[in-house]
Design a protein. Structure first.
Length: 232
């Protein structure tokens, strides 16, 4: 493992361990280097601006200050490109615009060398995107979900029937390459899946959603899972 990669992995391990910290010996075993090398790496992280703390004695070790920002080394070029590719390939995903803005913030604070390497690598990753649905419609659905307010939609079903529905948003789901709004339909008095691509109009109301939960939708398919910030 190259040193820049080890520094990144080291900062990530310290961050995950939170206030517990890690001993230099444990870090050395984890990365297959000497304790002396680990301490040099920790010193390098600290000099680059990482909020590294140390605690002597039994149960002590090293860690990162809670809530503090990580230094530029906290993201590798490949990880930066992975984020860019994921956002570019899913422009129809819920909160995609916010994700793109978040990725841009990350790119803006990368050190120049890492940014240059990420830009070069990004040129080697191509994605084909599908036409996205109306930004106004997606914004209304996203707001309704986040604020848990009823969304009034004009919906055209597969058979061409158009109707107005008041829906309590419960979750967004991607199935077979298509995004759905899953929610409690007040017209049908039941949980329903609405293809976002067939929603002609969407407006957020001032009505607060009831207490319908994700569990009412049922178990996700075997190959589906909620998004989260953890690996695996």
């Amino acid at each position: 493992m190259k040193r820049v990669q080890r520094l990144h992995a080291l900062s990530e391990m310290l961050r995950r361990n939170g206030s517990r910290g890690c001993s230099a010996e444990r870090l050395a075993r984890e990365f297959g280097v000497s304790v002396r090398t680990v301490k040099r790496d920790l010193a390098a992280l600290e000099s680059s601006g990482a909020p590294v703390w140390s605690r002597p004695g039994p149960g002590g070790g090293y860690g990162l200050a809670s809530g503090a920002s990580l230094p530029p080394v906290s993201l590798s070029p490949a990880q930066a490109v992975a984020l860019m590719a994921a956002v570019s390939a899913a422009p129809d995903a819920p909160y995609a615009d916010l994700a793109a803005a978040g990725v841009q913030k990350i790119l803006d604070v990368l050190d120049p060398r890492t940014r240059a390497r990420a830009d070069e690598l990004a040129g080697r990753v191509w994605v084909t995107t599908i036409p996205s649905s109306s930004r106004r419609i997606r914004s209304a659905l996203e707001e309704g979900m986040a604020e848990q307010r009823v969304v009034r939609i004009l919906y055209t079903s597969k058979d061409g029937t158009t109707s107005t529905r008041d829906v309590e948003p419960v979750l967004f789901a991607s199935r077979n390459g298509q995004w759905y709004l899953v929610g409690w339909c007040r017209l049908r008095d039941a949980m329903r899946w609405f293809a976002v691509s067939r929603i002609e109009r969407a407006d957020v109301t001032t009505i607060t959603c009831g207490d319908h939960t994700v569990h009412e939708v049922g178990e996700p398919p075997a190959n589906a899972r909620p998004v989260h910030g953890r690996g695996g």
